[in-house]
Design a protein around this ligand. Structure first.
Ligand code: SF4
Ligand code: SF4
Length: 119
């Protein structure tokens, strides 16, 4: 009896599912989305690469002058990240001293090519 009641109630109610990507999905605050890097803020310290839980960040040559705490530093390397190996744990963002690497508050693309990189 209760099953029939439930069936009739559901027949008259709106669906719970969302037609993504046609309809936008609500994204909660502090959502851990796609990783991005602000190149102009990166001092090349390698902390993100050391703490990454799945070792998807490697440091590549990228000499550049970077302003940090009122000084000009000469960066030698910058991170390069395998996008679809990243599990979006947020450790890189938490340990980056300059806020250069961060997780966007938006959905990540999906893909199977494990060699796609973010630089
Ligand atoms: S969010 Fe991704 S890139 Fe950053 S530490 Fe976690 S797995 Fe590594
Ligand atoms: S992104 Fe941040 S933690 Fe990674 S090398 Fe640059 S400054 Fe260091």
């Amino acid at each position: 009896m209760s099953v029939l009641k439930e069936m009739f109630r559901n027949l008259l109610s709106k669906p719970f599912t969302i037609l993504y990507p046609k309809e936008p999905v609500p994204i909660p605050d502090r959502f851990r989305g796609r990783v991005a890097i602000r190149d102009e803020k990166c001092i090349g310290c390698s902390k993100c690469s050391v703490v990454c839980s799945v070792q998807c960040i490697s440091m590549v040559d990228s000499p550049k002058e970077i302003e940090f705490k009122d000084k000009i530093l000469m960066r030698k390397k910058k991170p390069q990240l395998k996008l679809f190996r990243c599990i979006r744990c947020g450790l890189c963002e938490r340990h980056c001293p300059t806020g250069a690497i961060y997780l966007k508050n938006e959905l990540s693309d999906s893909g199977t090519d494990r060699e796609v990189v973010v630089i």
